[in-house]
Design a protein around this ligand. Structure first.
Ligand SMILES: Nc1ncnc2c1ncn2[C@@H]1O[C@H](COP(=O)(O)OP(=O)(O)OP(=O)(O)O)[C@@H](O)[C@H]1O
Ligand SMILES: [Mg+2]
Length: 281
């Protein structure tokens, strides 16, 4: 089995990286894909959001230093088909510790190679910290694809050019597989024109690279982590659950290029664009 490695990245904070990492992973797992979520953020929000304790020594840090076998750091989440390499605050020190090494941009490569080559997982999803630091660069060096969540807010595109440039540079410099598989619009507010305008602006820049699936602002999505559950377990029938299920479906469909029916009538990028064309008439 070929493992696909996906990084959820945006140096901007609070755009929905972790919410997407947890719920996208859980929805892929629900679709019987074997998924490993790697929490690369010292804030460890993906770890606690899936109900795991932030235990000392349990992050990927020792594997980055070559002091621990990464397989021994993999934990079950209690969700079928979904495992995790947790994070905890000590990972904040990793950037300094590995910066001294010549291969400081490839430590994750070295650490993760056995898991990737074993083909145990269909997908490895990495939740990146909100920075362009060493952990982020390490993640991009092993990723096949990057998903960039963008919040449907004012200045959504700010700083995005830098991210896109870095992805291009890394793909030219040694990871030719790497590409942006999709821009994901998050926290879409159906009742504001601003959300609609931001979507139009982003589509203007990125065209088909924007996922048709929109993630709506949904309070269930923000509540679920405090119960240590992905939203599809916390409230399987809320719009947040439907949206992330649609994302998993669209992601797989894009990869297979085959048609599958959508599961629920949520607003999509196509709807927003069609609406705005109508109102322009
Ligand atoms: N679709 C949504 N609807 C409502 N709340 C959301 C949604 N997506 C994310 N949130 C909330 O917004 C906040 C930021 O989301 P999240 O932690 O996923 O972003 P992040 O990009 O990972 O942040 P950071 O950069 O700090 O790691 C959280 O409180 C989360 O619960
Ligand atoms: Mg986060």
């Amino acid at each position: 089995m070929k493992t696909t490695v996906v990084a959820l990245a945006n140096q901007k904070g609070g755009v929905g990286k972790t919410t997407t990492a947890i719920n996208f992973s859980a929805c892929l797992a629900e679709k019987r894909k074997k998924v490993l979520l790697v929490d690369l953020d010292p804030q460890a929000n993906a770890t606690s959001g899936l109900g795991l304790e932030k235990g000392f020594g349990s992050s990927i840090f020792p594997a980055l230093l070559g002091e621990s076998d990464v397989a021994s750091l993999i934990k079950e989440t209690g969700i079928k088909n979904l495992d995790i390499i947790p994070s905890e605050l000590d990972l904040a020190g990793a950037e300094i510790a590995i910066a001294r090494r010549d291969d400081y941009l490839h430590r994750l490569d070295e650490a993760m190679k056995p898991v990737i080559e074993s083909g145990t997982y269909d997908y490895i999803i990495m939740d990146c910290p909100p920075s362009l630091g060493i952990l982020f660069m390490n993640a991009l060096n092993i990723a096949d694809e990057v998903i960039i969540p963008i919040q449907c807010e004012y200045l959504a595109l700010e700083g995005l050019g830098v991210m896109v440039d870095i992805v291009n540079q890394i793909s030219e410099a040694g990871n030719p597989n790497l590409h942006i598989s999709g821009i994901l619009m998050t926290m879409y507010n159906v009742s504001t024109n601003l959300s609609q305008q931001v979507v139009q602006e982003v589509v203007k820049h990125f065209g088909e690279r924007v996922f048709d699936t929109l993630i709506p602002r949904n309070v269930r999505l923000s509540e679920a982590p405090s119960y240590g559950k992905p939203v599809i377990e916390y409230d399987p029938h809320c719009v947040g659950s439907a949206a992330y299920r649609n994302l998993a479906k669209e992601f797989i469909k894009r990869r297979k290029k085959q048609m599958e029916p959508e599961s629920e009538a949520l607003p999509t990028i196509s709807d927003v664009l069609a609406q705005s064309e109508d109102s322009d008439d």
